[in-house]
Design a protein around this ligand. Sequence first.
Ligand code: NAD
Length: 500
Amino acid sequence: MNTLSHYINGAPFVGSSAESQPVFNPATGAAEKSVPLGNAADVGAAVASAQAAYSGWSKTTPLVRARVLDRFAAILWERQADLAKAISAEHGKTHDDAMGEVTRGIEVVEFATGAPHLLKGEYSSNVGRYVDSHSMRQPLGVVAGITPFNFPAMVPMWMFPVALACGNTFVLKPSERDPSASLLLAEWLTEAGLPVGVFNVVHGGKHAVDALIAHPDVKAISFVGSTPIARYVHQQSTAVHKRVQALGGAKNHLVVMPDADLDMSVSALMGAAFGSAGERCMAISVAVAVSDNVADELIARLKPKIEALKIGPAAKTESEMGPLITGEHLDRVKSYIDAGEAAGAELVVDGRTFAQGQAGYEDGFYVGGTLFDKVTPEMSIYRDEIFGPVLAVVRCDSYQDALDLIHGHEFANGTAIFTRDGDTARAFTQDVEVGMVGVNVPIPVPMAFHSFGGWKSSIFGDHAIYGEEGVRFYTRIKVTTTRWPSGQREDPQFIMPTHD
Ligand code: NAD
């Protein structure tokens, strides 16, 4: 079995922790690698490496930092398929899904190459007679990223390109379930010319996370993962006065109005609910049908498409949906289908009956696409984030009922409305209390030059991630007020805020 290492000070690093866990190939169910679960000493080594590199990197001009990122982006484009294969081998998602993930990550790297522009400060002349003021954005120091399994390359790239562009050094604690993509990113950053120690990877679980939060040299924490852990990371980090952004879970609703293009809505629901086996924080897991007629039409059109989904390993190009991440998660998703049935929801397509018949893949973590009708808000399949290919249809009588339903949910990451009516669409975008909204767009993930973040229990902290919000998160503002008395002009009266 291949044993993975941490990546510290520009090279693989074998830590001192005796703990490790297997990394599975979800397509076959085989444990193929072992990942070390770092302890406080391993985290300490990663932070020390980043701290030692900070002085040099923070003083490197933004333009030179941007050039390193530019070379990194070129490497990523060139080796996109290699990275996608590494992702699929541990996550299970199809090659197309993995390629898409890498593209979205590269876009953030490209955004971060604009660092010289993004870091420009502001200047006010004559704030007092002969007195001027300017502001600058300075990096924080060593910052840490803690990331989930579902986008093992993209979510780290939501964080570190912007953090590095701003002059910080970085410690990444990737998901222990699919840790290899982060190691490739680390190697390629070094190859792009990033000085050693500026970017480090330490593997692990709770112990490593707790050690990062407790470490006095870590100045900020970016977290993406489930809501209970996001809440925990936020509480622990703020308690020790660290800057923190913690993005959590989701339950995203797609409202289908009676005037919507139903074929377009169905095709959007198929991609948004079953792409990546539903393991996306922006997956649509609830279809809100406004009227029984819309619900009946949706069910009639979705059922045959879900039954026809080609479910298989990423290695087979015809696969449209891969397995789930682990056997444990597979059991969890199936138990939600049990619970939905027991609670009285109408099970239209039952993914539990799916059996992988392809030779060599019988033990993979597969479940079929699942469709429930007549789901009601008190059911656990509605309330909880299942994070699998399970779509719940909730029937509503009106636009207002649909809006109230969305507002009653604790999560508020993304949502969408499908309609041909501009007035309804505009009202929805104005009124809905959700962070990311699509109009006839099912997964409205903001581009790299906007910022990503939900509302309510989908985020803890004040900053969304990447884009200009990322620049604000990874910098702090300093304002300098200046005068140069020379005796050659009228001597300024320096009694602020007197201006004349
Ligand atoms: P997770 O919360 O289990 O793990 C996320 C990270 O936290 C991992 O690095 C893990 O090692 C660490 N961790 C796990 N248990 C911990 C503990 N007890 N204490 C401290 N750290 C701990 O999430 P996951 O299952 O890897 O990812 C799926 C979740 O991530 C879903 O809820 C999904 O919605 C969410 N997610 C959210 C976004 C977003 O932008 N809002 C994006 C992607 C994924």
